[in-house]
Design a protein around this ligand. Structure first.
Ligand code: KG4
Ligand code: ZN
Length: 365
């Protein structure tokens, strides 16, 4: 069906791969008419991590109210007012993915609209294409290098054109967000660890705060000149340090001195940020990137954003930094990527299945 010529092409996007239930309406791949996210964070806080069955049940509970809220916010009468339905089909938790897939397929079938399957990871990259409010900025230019840093994934990818991904490197163990979350737990900080570690570290730099007696330095895992990452050694270094200094970690039940928590949070964040920013700049240099895109929950981290911005400026590359709400999981980014797949003529059948281990691209040759 041809879209109404008086308006842009509208995509209804659905995301439920992890612990956010999200629906968005996107126009022409870049304008966010509505983006509604129901976060399950408080639900998972008591366990300090996501329990898949609990997440899937919460998606079931929230999917329809979130859809209604998105349609209302976008000023649409109903799903028939969109031109296509895009949905995340992987990677993620199987039970969670199924909830979004089932709703997207039902809407596509009932309203006779094409269905487009989107990889969650390309969604994090395409968040960089979304416009912020009313501002119209030029779309990111190719070649681009994207750093995606989330709770489940950490990788650098090159894009020479839309939907073309060449993996440059990735984590060999923990994802950056996972490391933040684990260190947050060791320090006795709130869940999720990323924002809590950032807040704790920021108190170190606060004007008027007592300067600490010494500045801790934790190791950096460079892995030679590869563009891969490793965070498990850093995590072990934090555990060892807390054991030496305080007899254990907060998740062992040890009450840690507040100044130690702040210092370790700052030193940990500094190590992660330096490695991520340095390798991103190196990838951009090697690939002659005109644009650097940051995506994924950890891209909400202020010091990381600042460090990559500094490197991008030195390289003369444009840095595209989605605002924090578009870095963490949302459906607007799925709509942005879905729009590109729609334009490329991709259509999924109603047999589109959840692919929990879906990959973005095969390793570079
Ligand atoms: O992209 P996302 O919402 O979900 C996944 O696809 O994984 O990322 C969530 C991750 C969590 O590990 C969380 O601790 C981390 O992003 N995160 C942060 C910050 N905000 C969220 N990490 C560091 N600094 C932040 N400000
Ligand atoms: Zn994500």
């Amino acid at each position: 069906m041809a879209p109404d010529p008086r308006r842009g092409l509208r995509i209804l996007a659905v995301e439920s791969s992890c612990d956010e239930t999200a629906v968005a309406v996107i126009e022409d791949g870049r304008r966010v008419l509505a983006s509604v996210v129901a976060s399950q964070t408080p639900l998972h806080a008591p366990t300090g991590g996501i329990v898949p069955e609990v997440a899937a049940r919460a998606h079931l509970r929230w999917m329809l109210p979130v859809l209604d809220a998105a349609l209302e916010r976008a000023g649409l009468r109903g799903p028939a007012d969109v031109d296509a339905v895009a949905v995340t089909y992987g990677p993620g938790l199987a039970g969670s993915l199924l909830v979004g897939l089932t709703m997207a397929k039902t809407l596509a079938f009932l309203h006779d609209r094409p269905l487009v399957g989107v990889n969650h990871l390309e969604g994090h990259i395409y968040a960089g294409w979304l416009l912020e409010g009313e501002a119209t900025t030029a779309a990111p230019e190719f070649p681009a290098v994207a750093l995606v840093v989330s709770g489940g994934h950490t990788f650098l990818v090159e894009m020479r054109d839309h939907l073309e991904y060449r993996m440059l490197g990735g984590t060999v163990d923990d994802a950056a967000g996972e490391a933040f979350d684990k260190v947050g737990r060791m320090l006795g900080l709130s869940y999720p660890g990323g924002p809590a570690v950032e807040r704790a570290a920021a108190t170190l730099a606060q004007p008027g705060a007592d300067p600490p007696e010494r500045r801790l330095r934790l190791p950096r895992a460079w892995l030679g000149d590869s563009l891969d990452f490793s965070f498990s050694g850093l995590k072990t270094a934090v555990r060892r340090l807390l054991t030496e200094e305080a007899g254990g970690t907060a998740d062992d039940g040890v009450a840690l001195p507040a100044d130690l928590v702040v210092e370790v949070a700052a030193a940990f964040q500094e190590s992660v940020v330096e490695v991520l920013a340095t390798k991103t700049a190196e990838a951009a240099t090697r690939k002659g990137a005109r644009t650097i895109v940051l995506g994924g929950g950890v891209a909400a981290n202020g010091p990381l954003r600042a460090a990559v911005a500094e490197r991008a400026e030195a390289l003369g590359a444009r840095l595209v930094l989605p605002r924090a709400a578009l870095c963490t999981d949302n459906a607007a980014m799925i709509g942005a990527a879905g729009y590109r797949r729609f334009l490329a003529g991709e259509r999924a059948g109603l047999d589109l299945d959840a692919r929990p281990s879906l990959r973005l691209a095969d390793a570079a040759a």
